[in-house]
Design a protein around this ligand. Sequence first.
Ligand code: AMP
Length: 267
Amino acid sequence: MKILKNVFELNKAVKNYKNVGFVPTMGGIHKGHESLIKISQKNNKETIVSIFVNPTQFNQKKDFKNYPRNIKKDISILKKLKVNYLFLPEVNEIYKKKMKNFKLNKSDKILCAKYRKGHFEGVLNVMNRLLSIVKSKNVYMGEKDFQQYMLIKRILGKKYKINIVGCPTIRENNKIALSTRNKLLNNSCIKKASKIAIKLDKIKRLSQTNKLLDLSKSKYELENKFKIKIDYLEFRDEKKMKLDNFKFKYRLFIAYHINGVRLIDNF
Ligand code: AMP
């Protein structure tokens, strides 16, 4: 695996992006990232993974500082997976060029865009920068972060004329979606998060036969039973992300705080 620390090294190593799939990450590589990499490897001759913890998408400095990092372990996993290239830039390398910033439309200010001010602007800006450097035609992103995937697909997929490929959420046996942030949870929180995921999965299944489910009641019950703070618990369709639109395929979206850690998921 070639480790490339800057744009110069990357351009020297990767001359032709035809058949190079791209998996952008913030590291803390887990089975969710691994599944994206495997899908890329299946559909492209070579795969490039980036690890870049992007400071501009964290709305709290403390959250950025506490974000789990373990680059040595990440490199060893990526080598085992036979990833061809790891792009590992410093913050200055990504932000040295002046580029236009993105703004969200009013209709996009839902779910995490509503509760994490500036987050998706930061995500779009860093992805715009990464995609202007890593010129792959196929980019693999997780449906675990469905709103992020949809925004990037619509705005940057179109701009760069590339395929943003949505990949299914990988879960532990206890139903928790794999996430780098899970490393911040203690055992008792993991048990709670598992029960919450099982409950949400059940609510989603019930909704398929009963559209009159009262989500505000479920929200109240979950908050009281598990002592969590829920930012949102909403059904939205996959296409336009409209609230309670059951005409198309839809998902149940949640963001909640447990012991100071914010988790998101969808079912
Ligand atoms: P992150 O390192 O958390 O920024 O994630 C990098 C990519 O991996 C994003 O496209 C995520 O949506 C995706 N990802 C994270 N967790 C999972 C998961 N449990 N299953 C599938 N994809 C995931």
